[in-house]
Design a protein around this ligand. Structure first.
Ligand SMILES: [Zn+2]
Length: 378
């Protein structure tokens, strides 16, 4: 093997050791060697290197089943490295700094008063972070729009008024850090990995807010598709003669049940007062028959789209992150329609989860930076 090949392999093994230690919290050289099928000598060299750098620490002795004398317990020193996730919106920038084990160290927001200053503010924010956290592995930026994560190029982000912006290149020119750019819904989905106790093979995540987006996670990584739009459930048509969507099609899920459509529907029926309210508060506050019927309709449309996801992708879990989740009528009707429209076997085998807390794209971006670092994609 060439010298370059050897060093790539060493780096790959180093990252695998870090990934293993992050997931397993406490381990030993022998356990790591067995789990990763790497020689104990190689693991020991890697661990010694990390201990010297302050990334891994020895934590006393650890009993190993049937293995004679106890081995030395090892764990990551979480704060030895930081990861940064940023969620960019037109009116504010949200920043989350985590340690290597995804614990939040900083959560802050910057209000944007002038839309044309957004990019400038974003660069300032990255500069400030690099100054405050010298051990940053990378900065991940979640953008609500069409993004090529390989190049960090933003094709279109309607809400930010951005078209064809080489975002990664622009920031990287001014900021001395490894910058990545992601679609905000796709990275938000990665929180499902963190939330889950088990190792899930495949997850489909659906987020309903001003837009409706989705992401398919398979073996812990986001399936992007050939032009980075895999999972765009919002533009599945669920009503043949439905209203026209901004994409040009009729009856798209997004056009029918996003937050704007819901507010419009209740406004047109004399609920104008609620238009200013947060939908979650509204659901807690008002259980009128009309609102319940609207929520039921939202569930029907969503159920139709989800049944197509089940047939096409057959994920193990479907996670629904929506402002309507507080209403049982919405959840019950979604599941009922999924059952009606899906083949029995995959329906029975698919777990459908309605999450209580909105997944944070900023946190997801920070998680993505660490996962990409470990898989060598950063
Ligand atoms: Zn559409």
């Amino acid at each position: 093997m060439s010298i370059k090949g050897t060093s790539i392999l060493r780096e790959r093994n180093q990252k695998r050791v870090l990934e293993y230690l992050r997931k397993n919290k406490m381990s030993s050289r022998l356990e790591i060697s067995k789990a990763l099928k790497v020689s104990k000598n190689t693991v020991s060299l890697i661990i010694d290197h990390f201990i010297k750098q302050g990334i891994v620490a020895e934590r006393g002795s650890k009993e190993t089943k049937g293995a004679g004398r106890p081995s030395v317990a090892l764990s990551i020193v979480p704060r030895s490295c930081h990861s940064v996730g940023i969620y960019t919106r037109s009116e504010k920038i949200e920043i989350i700094v985590t340690d290597y084990c995804f614990n939040i160290i900083e959560h802050s927001t910057i209000t944007i008063t002038q839309e044309d200053r957004l990019l400038e503010e974003l660069i300032h924010c990255c500069e400030r972070i690099v100054d405050s956290y010298p051990n940053v592995i990378g900065i991940g930026i979640g953008v609500p729009g069409l993004v090529n994560p390989k190049t960090g190029f933003v094709y279109r982000a309607t809400n930010l008024n951005w078209t064809n912006i080489p975002l990664k290149e622009r920031i990287q020119r001014k900021v001395n850090a490894n910058i990545s750019v992601f679609n905000s819904v796709k990275v938000a989905a990665l929180q499902a990995i963190e939330d889950s106790e088990e190792d899930l093979h495949s997850i489909f995540y659906i987020r309903i807010s001003e837009g409706i987006g989705g992401a398919f996670i398979i073996n812990n990584s986001i399936h992007l598709g050939a032009s980075w739009t895999a999972g765009e459930i919002g533009h599945i048509s669920v009503e043949e003669n439905g209203p026209k969507c901004k994409c040009g099609q009729s009856g798209c899920l997004e056009r029918l049940i996003n937050v704007t459509a819901f507010k419009e529907a209740i406004k047109d029926n004399g609920f104008g007062y609620y238009n200013k309210m947060n939908i979650r508060e509204l659901i807690n506050d008002n259980s009128s028959e009309f609102i319940m019927q609207e929520l039921k309709n939202c569930g029907s449309y969503l159920g139709k789209a989800v049944s197509q996801v089940i047939h096409l992708l057959n994920p193990q879990v479907i996670i629904i992150d929506s402002p309507y989740n507080g209403a049982s009528i919405f959840k019950d009707n979604t599941v009922k329609v999924i059952e009606q429209k899906s083949l029995n076997l995959p329906f029975q085998q698919t777990r459908i989860e309605f999450v209580d807390n909105v997944y944070s794209p900023a946190k997801g971006a920070a998680i993505s930076v660490i996962i990409n670092f470990e898989t060598g994609e950063s």
